[in-house]
Design a protein around this ligand. Structure first.
Ligand code: ZN
Length: 396
């Protein structure tokens, strides 16, 4: 499948529409007795959460009942154990659109803070990703695996960095993309910063990934490298510039190309605080304001990592709540910030079974105290969490 610049947005829209249609079909099918038995054996008991106000993507609904059945949101509370939620707010499980996978403990930390999907933006070796996929009662993951980096770049000098991630020129794009696909990467990650890959190489990697139906994630933390990523037609630009704020014209380029932004303000804030000459968090915050004004789709991502040699290491799970606060401070409404961590990343990554609380979707749920539309810090008050229908211990 070849996805050129003009059709890329339609590709995502089609994926989202297909997801909605699929859900409609599933919602019509009542859970069978056989499913109910499986629920006990495989996915935990059937549970009815009563008296919850649900975030529906726009508002909080009136008090209602949400059923967890066989790992999914069910349609009938018949035979379910009831949990009285006393008017608390139920959010779809949160999605962090930028983490670096580490181990099972960090998946548990994500889940405990209500982050039930983690989208990895580079980790290695490939066996690490394999070992962390589809773990019952833990955060569900997608992964870029090994990123494409330039020879001599800081990433390439990390002790455990796989040699196959170093891309010497455009003629190695096919080799790189095919290796990632063979390893099971869900999308392709490209480090565009200085010293970075050449423009020709970034373009070749992007074109090749699209030819194989893979979305392209660019790392860019300077205004110039954001430009380079947009020139190449990447699907998402991760981070925002720390050197100089994106202008309205730059933001308009995101819109024209259908590019999505994952600002990772938590990470930018950490880097801004290091006192590196010429870099400031104000540029990052102003960039998000410009992107927001232009109508660019913005997703919540933290850059949580425990990678040796990286000077800023946001905490897994907890930092997503901080990211929501930073996005609101940069100009997003609370409703938009919640969308940036729920249905928007689900749509943007083609995850058709999550991001909303609907029959047939994964039972990824976060029960919180307080109204996050009135005050975004309410998401921190996590009372209970279900990951794929399995209740997990909420972080203290
Ligand atoms: Zn990162």
């Amino acid at each position: 499948m070849c996805i050129d610049d003009r059709t890329r947005r339609d590709f995502f829209k089609t994926a989202a529409a297909a997801g909605a249609a699929l859900t409609g079909v599933q919602a019509l099918a009542a859970p069978s007795a056989a499913h109910a038995q499986e629920a006990t054996a495989g996915f935990g008991e059937k549970v009815a959460l009563t008296d919850v106000r649900v975030f529906d993507g726009q508002n909080l609904t009136a008090a209602r009942t949400v059923v967890i059945d066989n790992g999914l949101i069910g349609v009938s509370a018949l035979g379910a154990r009831t949990i009285d939620c006393e008017g608390a707010v139920l959010l779809p499980g949160l999605i962090d659109a930028h983490i670096h996978l580490q181990d099972v403990d960090t998946l548990a930390a994500l889940a405990g803070h209500g982050v039930t999907t983690g989208l990895d933006m580079a980790c290695f070796p490939p066996s690490l990703v394999t070992s962390l996929r589809r773990r019952r009662g833990l955060t569900d993951i997608r992964s870029a695996g090994t990123p494409a980096v330039a020879p001599g770049s800081p990433q390439s000098r990390l002790p455990t960095f796989p040699a196959s991630g170093v891309v010497n020129g455009p003629d190695q794009a096919l080799r790189f993309v095919q290796q990632r696909i063979a390893e099971g990467s869900d999308y392709i990650k490209i480090i565009v910063d200085v010293p970075g890959l050449s423009e020709e190489t970034v373009r070749a990697l992007t074109t090749t990934a699209h030819a194989f139906g893979k979305a392209v994630m660019a790392h860019a933390t300077y205004a110039a490298t954001v430009d380079e990523a947009l020139d190449a037609g990447v699907d998402m630009v991760h981070h925002v510039p720390l050197d100089t704020a994106l202008t309205a014209a730059a933001a308009a380029r995101y819109v024209a190309g259908g590019a999505i932004s994952v600002p990772t303000l938590t990470m930018m804030e950490g880097f801004g605080a290091l006192g590196i000459p010429g870099l400031s968090y104000a540029a990052a915050e102003d960039s998000v304001a410009a992107l927001h004004r232009a109508g660019v789709r913005i997703l919540a991502g933290t850059d949580s990592n425990l990678t040796p040699g990286i000077p800023v290491q946001p905490a897994f799970g907890l930092s997503l709540h901080h990211e929501l606060e930073l996005l609101v401070a940069a100009g997003l409404t609370t409703r938009e910030a919640l969308g940036a961590a729920t249905y928007l990343p689900a749509q943007s990554f083609g995850l058709r079974d999550r991001g909303a609380i609907r029959p047939g979707y994964r039972a990824d749920l976060v029960l919180i105290d307080g109204d996050p539309l009135a005050d975004i810090t309410a998401t921190r008050a996590v009372r209970r969490v279900w990951a794929g229908g399995v209740e997990v211990p909420a972080a203290a």
